[in-house]
Structures are given as structure tokens and as C-alpha cells.
Design a protein around this ligand. Sequence first.
Ligand code: PLP
Ligand code: TYF
Length: 401
Amino acid sequence: TWGAVPAGPPDAILGITEAFKADKDPRKINLGVGAYRDENGKPYVLNVVKKAEERITAAKMDKEYLPITGLASFTQNAAKLAYGADSEPLKQNAIAVAQSISGTGALRIGGAFMARHYPHIKAIYLPTPTWGNHIPLFKDSGLEVRRYRYFDSKTVGLDFAGMKEDLKNAPEGAIVLLHACAHNPTGVDLTQQQWKELSDLVAEKQLFPFFDMAYQGFASGSTDRDAFAVRHFVSQGHRIALCQSFAKNMGLYGERVGAFSLTTQNEEEGKRVDSQIKIIIRPMFSNPPLHGAHIANTILSDPELYQEWEGEVKGMAGRIINMRERLYDLLTHELKTPGEWGHIKSQIGMFSFTGLQTEQCKALAEKAHIYMTMDGRISMAGLNGSNIEYFAQSVNAAVRG
Ligand code: PLP
Ligand code: TYF
């Protein structure tokens, strides 16, 4: 039956972990996947998550199904976290929100909703580059994928002029995917001034802003500051779609906790939209998982845990920022590696887009047992006090060839 099914290629990001696992060299470093590691290179379960789990165990909850759109107190708290407690549509009950299978699941619900109900052109513009999974995800959702310029490899920074030009040339009503903060893979974000300018352009062209917020808190260490783009667009009267993930900022990766929301005109429209989100979810996965939603909800609804969580997010973001500074110093001052490395410090979030070429990335894997994606992206969280010097020396050697 399956004789004609061809073998597919491994995932560009998750495939790297396989290669890393197979490598027996003790110096090996995995900078492929975007998952936080502590100073000892170990996966990190947040203290607040452990506390929340203790409370959940003590409460002896049952295992009944959640409603189709998930745990209502969780989704309300998630919306509050993203939109801000004083958000107008939130106060007016005009946000339709559903619990999702982490950020990927939120994107998928959103893609399906747009494909079915969006009344204008069903084309979504993605930045170049973007998270690799965006492309098949939106195609499989039934949208046409188009691209806009985002990253300028010459300046190793934002190509804001190119971005604006491409969006100006997009057809009226097109959907535009925006990384809300900590752009993956480049680590390059718009400034607040640029977000304001973009909001005006999106209004002028009547584009539909579709936000992917997978790293709220990871960019600046503050969940409020990282929500600037989303909150600004909403304050300007845009109707938006928003995909949230709690994988990174709560370290809930495999628990698959996320939310999808749409802001609407008013409560009545919100209810209609909500009913259609349910109709999309029901045949997709029926209802979302329980445990992770309880963890996130416990943290978000308890002021003490919430405050402790903010401290832990800041701690993770701060450790990454320290690694950026250390790596910059090593390359620039100690090793005098050819090239300009300022972007290592100016980029934000989980990743740095080093500018290393495919050949250099391959050499790092083969000669130095250092694994990263072939576009030169490194997960900064994979670096720590014990391996950063070896990493910098290896980069130095690869650059000098
Ligand atoms: N969107 C972006 C830009 C991401 O980088 C990621 C994860 O790396 C996701 C969405 C979704 O991740 P998850 O489904 O684990 O929440
Ligand atoms: O590192 C990245 O960009 C992500 C990580 O289900 C990831 O691709 C891994 C697994 C997953 C979602 C995201």
C-alpha cells in the first residue's frame, strides 16, 4: 500500500538533536533547538512550575475533559497577560480565545480560521527568514504563503525599508504574520517607533495583523515590555489574531500549553467567532490537554506565584544576555576574530543569527562537535560558563578557515 511513499527529509531543527545525540565527543554542544538550558547545560523546570504542580496534586483534581476551548480561567489569564489588564477589547468581553496545543496548535487553529472565514484575500505574508514550520503550517491550513523582506544580511539587522515596501505592495486586506517579539531565527526586532510606523502602514493598506508570540518575556525579561507590539496594534483599533505559547516563558515545552485569540468588534461578534473556533477545534483535537493548563493557570492567577514567575523569566532572559556579552567580548577582544560581532549583543531573545555561512556551520559540527542550524542560528541558551570559551575558539577557527 505504501510502496509509492517516498522517505521525507528530517526536520531542519529537530534533526540536529539527533545528530547531537549520536556524537560521542565530550566537548559536544547543542545550539540547535530553542529550548532553555541552565548554567549547567541542563533543562530547567521553573520553581513556580514545581510549586504549581504541588498545589495541583494536593487538590486531587479529576481528569474530566476540558471544554472545547479549554480551561476558561486559563484562557482569560492568558489573554490578560498578552493584551494587558486594561485592554479595551478584554474589558468589553470582545476577545474570542481558545486554549491550544502550545504555539504551533494556536497557529494551526488560526490558519484554519482564516482559511475558512477571512473575507478578503487568503494569502499570508511571512517574513524572510521566519520559523521554518510557519511555511508548511500555513500551507497545510489552506492559505497561500507569500513573503516580505525582513532581515538584511549585509547589516545583520532589520531591513525595515524592504519590509515596508513589500507590505505596501501587498494586495489590500492581505494577512501579515508578525513575530510579536524575539524574532525567530534572527533575534532582530522592530523598535517601538518602527512598530508604530508599521501599525499605520497596516491600517492604511487594511492588512490583517496575525501575531505569533512564542517568547513573551524572553526578549526583554519583562512580559509587559515584550507585549508592546500587540498592545500598540490593539490600542490603534486593529483587529488582530494572536498565538501564544507557554513553552519558553514557563518552560512548559512538552506540556503543550498555548492560546489562540481574535479580537472582535463587540461581545456579540466575539460570541459568534467563538462558536466558529469551536467548530474548527472539535474535529481537529476535540479539546485540549488538562495538566499544563492547570499549571499555567495556577501561576497566572496567584499574585505570589506570578511575581516569582516574572523573576524567573527575568533570570532566564538575563542569563542569555550575559552569554551574549561574554561571547561578544571573547570574539571581539580576546580572540580578535575577523568580522563585526556587535549583532551578538544587540539581537534579543533565545537566538542569535551569527552570520556564519553554511560551510562554517558544517565545519563546526564536523570538527568541533558543535551543532546549530545551517543558517547560522544558535540557541544562546545552549551556552554557559563551561562551554562558551570552547565555542568562541571554535567559531574563531571556523571563521579564519
Ligand atoms: N512560533 C515561533 C516563532 C517559535 O519559535 C515556536 C517555537 O520554537 C513556536 C511558534 C511554537 O512552539 P510551541 O508549539 O512549542 O509552542
Ligand atoms: O528551535 C526552534 O525554532 C523550534 C523548537 O514542537 C521547537 O523549532 C521544537 C519542537 C516543537 C516546537 C518548536
